[in-house]
Ligand binder design. Structure first.
Ligand code: B12
Length: 518
């Protein structure tokens, strides 16, 4: 905390109560002023008599925003409820404060129904503040109860998403939590917060990472924060007396398909379903298809949601879906791995496709209320099962051979340890993607992967012809009787032919077979 007796910038004054009732209006005014005044704003909070967790969250968000946009925010404060709340939330040191002697008002615990009626309480000692005082962090979310406010407008959602992404960018867990919990307190349905804030933010950071603007470490940190916010939100929303009793709306399972390691989307869907009263068995990450169905047969759901976040995992999804079909279950597939319209999920034998988490929950509830399916055979095109069986059995050898083939053609691909690892990972993904394309019978799986690779290479200024090198190496090691998989590999290779001539090609003279350079 830095302190001063005088505050620069435009003066904004808050007085009386700063609780969930007032926060929306106060936020708008404060943020408008902050945007308008390059010299900053001094916020006089001396006349504040009561501040609750939403008010505190607003202050933290405003302070964070002031730093992001480089416009100072100074609090003109007395030794009163605002400074108590900030110190109890352990965020006092983050603020610039012009401290003026004098005391006013009281501190309430975040119960929106009571904040107006409660008589001013004595300020707790600092030890009490730390254990029981208001904080927007995970330990204090139990008392958050959504209000019955009118629906938030698109502007509020957009602003919240901006602030949430800012918090992820800065690695600020407590601000991210505050953004989500503030929406909840303003009356936003928890499932919309999950779908429109948390999932949306994850999608954006995924794109930012892929396009080279966000590091892998940053993405991991952001994912960890979002997972924790999801827990806090779930805990807070569960305390709403209107939340249906768990199990009152039946039973389901949400599972990651085999080899699928994106657990967070499945956890988001699980949370939404639990808040709707469904008893959910959450099985993630990847589990062998046979173990999954054996477990679920004992557990008892007749409806199972299978998630797949990347098309590289479609063979695993097919195995999971096939095992569940054999177990007589209705399958709702979801996740971007099944394609933008779910067509790859249908091709694998799913009964339903969910475009997003909310509609997924709707479809799962409808399926729970419907008659269960009898056991069914796997859905597969002729000859495909044998190819997939071979690819799975020989996976390690094929990968080894393909990496060797690629490195013989282009030694630079394995020149350093890092290059070798990257080459190995990318070739493994190509092996997976051509198998995925073959199993759903859609060349678009392979060509979309080429576009995806190309975007990543461009963003990192890496040679674009690497994609062709990878597909060519895979083609070289695939036996000739794997006609479907080879056809998809050739399609991928041909798509690489669209890429501009790479500089490296002229050095070692390697020409990818089947591409436009041949
Ligand atoms: C975090 C993350 C990871 C983490 C996952 C951690 C975790 N605990 O989940 C880790 C590091 C493990 C990871 C690994 C990989 N990842 Co990743 N990952 C992501 C990221 C950034 C966020 C995932 C997420 O939480 N999304 C939130 C969900 C809810 O949003 P959504 O996917 O848009 O889903 C919407 C709908 O599809 C639907 N939905 C999705 N799932 C479900 C489930 C149910 C039941 C329902 C009802 C609805 C539903 O609801 C959402 C909207 O409401 C995504 C980016 C992205 N766009 O998602 C990349 C992303 C999915 N990953 C990607 C890749 C490539 C990988 C790796 C191959 C990277 C690598 N080289 O190792 C591996 C593959 C691992 C594997 N075998 O599964 C790519 C996939 C692209 C592609 N064409 O294949 C993405 C899209 C990033 C990108 N932009 O390129 N990843």
């Amino acid at each position: 905390m830095s302190q001063g007796s005088a505050a620069a910038g435009e003066a904004v004054e808050w007085s009386g109560e700063v609780t969930w009732r007032e926060v929306a209006g106060l936020r708008e005014e404060l943020f408008d002023r902050m945007d308008a005044r390059p010299d900053g704003v001094s916020l006089d909070v001396r006349q504040v008599t009561v501040i609750d967790r939403t008010g505190l969250a607003l202050l933290i968000g405003a302070n964070h925003r002031a730093r992001s946009i480089g416009r100072p925010l100074t609090l003109v404060a007395a030794d009163g409820p605002v400074t108590s709340a900030l110190s109890a939330g352990c965020v006092l040191p983050d603020f610039t404060i012009a401290l003026v002697p004098g005391t006013a008002g009281s501190l309430v615990d975040g119960d929106p129904g009571q904040s107006g009626e409660r008589p001013p309480a004595a300020r707790p000692s600092s030890a009490e503040e730390r254990s029981s005082g208001p904080t927007v962090d995970s330990g204090a979310v139990d008392a958050v109860v959504p209000s019955a406010r009118p629906e938030l407008g698109p502007g509020s959602w957009a602003a919240a998403l901006d602030r949430y992404l800012d918090a992820l960018w800065q690695g600020e867990h407590s601000t991210a939590t505050a953004v989500a919990l503030t929406l909840l307190q303003q009356g936003a349905p928890p499932e919309r917060i999950i779908n429109d804030l948390l999932a949306r933010a994850q999608t954006i950071i995924g794109r930012e990472w892929h396009e080279g603007r966000w590091s892998i470490a940053g993405e991991h940190l952001a994912t960890a924060i979002t997972e924790s916010v999801l827990h806090d939100l779930s805990r807070a929303a569960t305390n709403d007396p209107d939340t249906p009793v768990l199990g009152s709306r039946g039973q389901t399972a949400v599972v990651c398909g085999e080899r699928e390691w994106h657990t967070l989307p499945a956890l988001m869907a699980t949370t939404v379903l639990r808040l709707r009263g469904v008893h959910v068995t959450y099985v993630a990450p990847s589990l062998p298809a046979e173990d999954l169905v054996e477990y679920l047969l004992h557990d008892g759901p007749t409806v199972v949601a299978v998630t797949c976040s990347s098309a590289i995992n479609l063979v695993g999804a097919w195995r999971s879906i096939s095992a569940l079909r054999a177990g007589g279950m209705t399958i709702v597939c979801a996740g971007r791995g099944f394609g933008t319209d779910g067509r790859w999920g249908w091709a694998l034998g799913a009964d339903q496709w969910a475009p997003d988490i909310i509609r997924g929950a709707d479809r799962i509830l409808t399926a729970i209320d419907s008659r269960p399916h009898p056991p069914r055979a796997p859905l597969a095109r002729t000859g495909i099962a044998q190819e997939i069986h071979f690819l799975r059995r020989e996976h390690d050898q094929l990968l080894l051979d393909a990496v060797r083939a690629a490195s013989t053609a282009r030694p630079s691909l394995v020149q350093t340890d890092a290059a070798h690892r990257a080459t190995r990972d990318r070739i493994e993904a190509i092996l997976d993607i051509v198998a995925s394309a073959a199993i759903v019978g859609d060349p678009a799986v392979a060509t979309e992967h080429v576009t995806w690779l190309e975007t990543g290479f461009r963003a990192r200024s890496q040679p674009l012809d690497w994609a062709a090198a990878g597909f060519a190496a895979v083609l070289e090691v695939l036996p000739s009787d794997l006609v479907n998989t080879r056809a998809m590999t050739l399609t991928g290779l041909a798509a690489c032919g669209r890429l501009p001539l790479p500089p490296e090609e002229t050095h070692d003279g390697w020409v990818p077979p089947g591409s436009r350079h041949a």
